[in-house]
Design a protein around this ligand. Sequence first.
Ligand code: SF4
Ligand code: SF4
Length: 390
Amino acid sequence: MNNWDLRLSLSEPIPALSNQTTALIRCRDYSAQSVKIALRRAFDAIGSPERFIRPGDRVLLKPNMLSAKEPERAVTTHPQIIEAMGEIVLDCRGKIVLGDSPAGAGRDLSYFWNKTGISAAAKRLGIEPTSFEDCGIKSIAAPGGFVCISRAALDVDSIINLPKLKTHLLTRMTGAVKNMFGCVPGYRKAGMHHQAPTPLSFSRLVISVYQQVIPALNVMDAVLAMEGNGPSSGSPRHLGAILVAEDALTVDSVAASLVTIDPKKLPIFQAAVERGLWSWDSDPIVVLGDKLDELRVTNFRVPDLSRLERIPGFVHKALQKVIWIKPRADQIACSSCSACVDNCPEQAMVMKNGIPKIDYKLCVKCGCCDEICPENAIQQEISLLARLIS
Ligand code: SF4
Ligand code: SF4
């Protein structure tokens, strides 16, 4: 046991269940049978699915659909896990809403759903995936500003979070808590990266989003994880595990231990401690199911954040130059109504030759122009780095 495992209780007899009880279940592959057996064992350990899904509830299944990559690339939550969890929701007589919104995508996500195999899983479940972009947003006050959340994630009875265990160039690891950042619709994620380009400042934003959309249950895909330059350009790494728990921070803590990362060094946990959501001194996390030591890997390749964490303020400014998002009016679609200009809170827009022109020195990337445009004529240009880390 490593010294950061001190909060993990791995011993018999099994203590009483708490929301920090985590099922760690071996799942060697993504065959339908393997995944179903693993989930059944997980619910045997932490309590039946009816504890989390009431009949008639609208339940959002929130996978990680970062980009349009095949499931074997380990960028996205595997469709078999989505399908198996969807079947459990249906068995409990819940109604499935399946949605996400990748940062670099426009409103038409069909290419993303198809390439990731999620469309096929949705079809077998008898549902259509939902694009968070299409459901409207709500701006909610949060520490240091506001966060924009898709109404798709707010207008449901509960959320089942289906994260993928991966490395992340900014937060070192991405798991259950970071996956809820996906409830910020599309390009707005890149805007938030722009506001908060360092590991800790960005993690504080992630926590602000997470606090608005706390999942009822977290089912982490760690069968094929990603190591190296995650979350999109790393290498698949077979871990052969699924983790299930009520509490997202607990899942992330156990997942970190699974890949021999000290969770105390993860900025997400530093931000959670600041916000009073996590303590290293509270009761031990109970891990049920298979043995952590038998599934743990010791040579998982993780990005080194130490240089990013030490960078001075003027370099933050430089980072903001390469992590950017710029709204721009499409000349053909624009009907010159000037609604965007009239409603820009920063007076960053003026009409010129019938087209809005934007002063990017004034623009705060709030997205109001995009929301208000009746022609969908405001498009978002997103830098390559912002797409990679969102
Ligand atoms: S994103 Fe916001 S600040 Fe920027 S131009 Fe549009 S409305 Fe104005
Ligand atoms: S709101 Fe849309 S259509 Fe109207 S001026 Fe702005 S970009 Fe053009």
